[in-house]
Every structure is written in structure tokens, then in C-alpha cells.
Design a protein around this ligand. Sequence first.
Ligand code: ADP
Length: 641
Amino acid sequence: MNRLMRFSPFPSSRPSMVGRRLRLAGAGLIAAAVFVIDTFTPLSSAVAVLYVLVLLLVGEELPGRRLWTVTLACAAMATISFAVAHGEDVELAPTLRLMVSLAALGVAAFLTDRNLAAREILQAQARLLDVTSDAIFIRDAQGRITFWNRGAERLYGWSRQEAVGQDAHRLLATALPAPSEDIAAHVARHGAWQGEVTQRRKDGATLVVLSEWILERDAETGAHALLESNTDISDLRRADEALRRSEARYRTIFNTLAVSIWEHDFRPVRAALDALRAQGVGDLADHLARHPEVARAIKAQVGITDVNATALKMMGVADKAGFFQRLDELLPETDDSFSQFLIAFDSGAPRFETETTVRSRTGEMIPVMVALNFPPDAQGLDRVQASIVDLTEQRRMQERLDRARAELEHALRAATLGVLSASIAHEVNQPLAAISNAAGAAQRWLDRETPDLDEAKEAVADVVHAAAHAAEVVRGIRGLIAQTPADRAALPVDELLTASAGFVRREIAEHGVELVLDQQAADTVVQGDRVVLQQALVNLMLNGVQAMAACPAEGRRLHVRARRDGDEAVIEIADTGPGFPPDAADRAFEAFFTTKPGGMGLGLAICQSAVAAHDGRIAVLPSAPGETGARIEIRLPARSR
Ligand code: ADP
């Protein structure tokens, strides 16, 4: 390649067709003239030497055999001229002149031939330079471009005509990786230089090229030139840069993630599983269950190759160098998640997830959740990342939640007990009041000057009746708590109503309320607990009586009506009181909802559960037209007697 330095841009060295023809014609004329002069003039000089002019003129146009053919022709013509001029009279001087001429011809032919061969080689090399995809140019000692190959045209965009003669590095805005004097000194010392440089294309785009410089000194002139061969590595650098950025991004994520990550080398696992298969192990799960030492041995071969900062913190390790080297150092002996991992890995599952425990540097057992994706092929097995989430806090939270739930249940039980006691008190209150009233009445009949024993007896009978009712109430409440009525019997609706009204007889009388019993369900029977249903009706009637206490005495009327509606018994209890306070109708059935100063807010709640326990419904109805009072309706499944 160094020889290239000696040729100037080769295309211009090719002669044009016209010039070639002229030279051939000239050579022919010279040959003819020399032949005529040599043959027919009595010049006793070496005219035949002039045949050399023919070779000098066209020799380079006649490669190979043709050169020698022309040379032989010239030699033959010289010999013929000699024969014609001298005949058989061979003298020494003319013969020597002929010999000199022939020798001169031979030497000229030989030199021309060698020159032609050398030029052929140079041209072949130059063509080679043109076909290479690299950009190659030659710059002289002043830095001017003397040769510019096709690769350079393609890479930089300037044609050969545009580039030749220009200052190479000014044209290409070359940015060198070191001071140009240092590079020049290196080239002078070593004859070559190689490095990465940035250059500019004709369209202004920036290129990164790998540049190779070779210094060539001309032995004769001492001048030197540089051959530069440049390979475009812009794409490579861009790809490198993209890769570097993506790696940096991945590293940032890896190191800053709040989840622990550690990287494993699973290649030994693959090898061990393959070995097991080769030994004929078919059912891996079964094999591992019967030989736990196998999983342990494989686990001991799994190396941990990298970890992130969160993992170091979680495991109580100061730096990466001090982290566990092998998986079995941090997984406890008893851990069987590794066997599950092996089975998943062996089955070709894409992902594995498990909960296990790891042992930190301080010996603390940390509950963790492990998740990893298996690489799609064996290529990535040397660096498989698993993300590990510390479940300690979650477990603590769960424990706290469980504790809170237990406390809440306890509180609920206590509250239920409170409600229960309150409801017992509420329900028993009425019979107790009745007992107290009746006992007081009995006392007064007996305290008279002439005790009225009959009245006293009747009052005492009321006491007994009310006490019996109290006992039944308690039993009924017990049944209600169990959510099932204590007793189930066929209960005629009209009897239920009469009995319930009987229990509130005294309150009705005391409050001067008119009771209207409207029995229209004579043959209707409901199935249920008599006491529970009676108590519900008693509650509703008492509510009505109490509500009317604020109304003028003359208008107080309690309307209790029973009727049949299809397969339901409908009992309606209406009063002429002020009706439900605003919004109270919606909330009236809630436990502890009350608008009364001393109220417990349980009456309607108990009624609702009593009715619900009998598969019935209870609702507040809008007031009757022209009335303000409350209307409550109970619907119970019914049949005919
Ligand atoms: P308490 O009677 O202890 O207040 P209840 O559950 O029996 O508890 O009643 C809840 C509320 O419903 C009462 O405080 C009252 O505001 C309203 N209420 C119930 N019955 C009537 C009625 N007949 N007329 C008007 N308001 C009523």
C-alpha cells in the first residue's frame, strides 16, 4: 500500500484515445523514416538506434506481447536495412553499430515492460482502494488532499474533484482525541497512528470514525504524505451510547428500588436438573420429596452475584462485598420453597413466586415474598434477578388487625350484652309496673276500714297474671336472642290482638284512651311464638298511648285492626297522637333511636326483630287522610284456621 504514495490520482494518468492514435501514427512514421534513412542513405552512423524512439513513444500503450512484437519488428527492420546497405560485405564498424542499436532496443523494451508491470500493480491497487467501503484519502505534507477514493465520496459527500487540493482536516472539521502536535510526533516516531476522531460530512452531519494513518516517505524526494483510512463507527457509538444509557437506567432502578433484588447464577441448577433427568428421574417432585438432600445440594451451588442497596439494608449487611455468597447461607435448612422453585424451573414455568423466610446477617428470621422470571433461554441463567419483599411490616400489620378485630368482637359482645340487658329491662318494665299497680290496688282495698276482699283478690289475681307475663317475656326475649322464636304454635290473629290489648288495658284506662278493636280476620291463623308476638303488639300499643299523652284527652283513640290480605295477616295499629317526628319514621326501627327524654329506643327495634323472626314485615305507614297520628303495619304469613 505504501507504493500508492508515489502515484498521483490515477484516472488522469490514462491517455486519451485521440492522443493514443496520434502517438501510434507518429511511431509508425518514425519507424518508416528510420528504415528509409538507414537502408537507402550512406550514413555511417547508428541511425537504427532511433527505433528506440518508437518504443518510447508507444511502448506504454502496448502491454505484454505487443511490445515485444514491435521491438522485434524494429530489430528486423534494422537488420534488413543493414543487409541492404552492406550486402555480404561485413565490416566491423557497421556491424557493431547494428549490435548497439539492437541492444538499445532490447534495453528500452525491457525497461518499458517493467514500467508497465509496475503501473499495472499500482492501478490494480488503486482499483482495490476504490472498491473498499472505507473512506481512504491521501494528504500531502501540507495537509492537502491528493487522493480521494469512492468510499470517501460516499462517506463524506464531497466528490473527488471537490476534495482533491483541499486541506483535509479543515474540510472535514476533524476533531482529534489528542493535541495534533502529539499525534504528529507519534506518526513521525512510529510511522502510523490510530484513533477515534469526529468529522463532519458535507451535509453537516457529525460522524465518529475510526481513523488509521500511515506515513509514507518518498525515498528520492524526501517528501512525505499521509494515507488516512477511515471507518464510520457512528452507528456503533450510538448503539454503545444507547446501551450504556440503558445499563445506567437499569442500574439506577436496581439500586434505588424499595424492593430488595438479588441476582443469582442459576446455571448450576440447570446442570443439576439435567443430570437428574439423565439419571432417569421422571417425577422430580416425588424425587425431591424422598431425597431432601438433593435440593439442599443444588441450593448450595446457587451463587448470589449482585444485590441492591435495599437488599443490603434488609439483610443487615454493610456492603456488597459482605453479602451472602450462596443462596443456602440465607435460606434456612427447613425451607422447602427451594424445592418448589426447582419444580417450577424444571416445568418450564415462566415465573416463580413464593413466600418464605430468610436469615439476616444478625440471625433475624425475615418473612419474605420472592418473585422471579425465568429467562426464556439458557443464555440469561447466569444473572437472574429475584425481587424480594420484606413481609415483616405486613405481618405486624396483620397481627395488629387481628388483635383489633378481636377487641372489636369483644366490645360488640359487651355491647350486645348491654342491649340485651336494656331490652330485658324494657320488656320487664311493663309487667313490673302492672304488678306494682295491682299490688298497690290490692293494698288499698285491704287497707279500707272494711277491706273489700273481692276487689283485693281481683287485684292480686292481676299481680299473678302480670308476674306470669313477666316470666313469659323473659323467656320470649331469650328466644329472640337465639333468633328463633322459642315456641311455634298456630295463633289465631284475633286472640293475639285481644290478649295484647288486655295487657295494656290499665294504661289505656289511665290515659283515657279509646281503644277501637277492629277484628276482620276471624278465621286467620299465624304461626309463631305467642308471647313474642304479643309483646310486639303491646309495645306498639303502649307507644301509641304514650304518644297521645300530649294530646287533648277527648281525641285520644287507639285503633287496632286486623285483616287478611291474600296469604298474609295484616295488623295495623294507629293512634291520634302527633305522629312520628320528622325523619323519625326512617330511623324508628334502629336500636337506641328515641326522641323521648327517658326512652331507650328499643321498643320498635325489638318489634322488628320479633316480626322478622316470624318471616313478617313491619313498616310505618303514612298518616290516614285528615289525621296526624302514627300508623304502623305488621304483615305476617297467615293461613286460614
Ligand atoms: P322509645 O319508645 O324508647 O323511644 P321506640 O323504639 O319504641 O323507643 O320508639 C322510637 C321512637 O319512635 C320514639 O322515640 C318516637 O320518636 C317514635 N315513635 C314510636 N312510636 C310512635 C308513635 N306512636 N307516635 C309517634 N312517634 C312514635
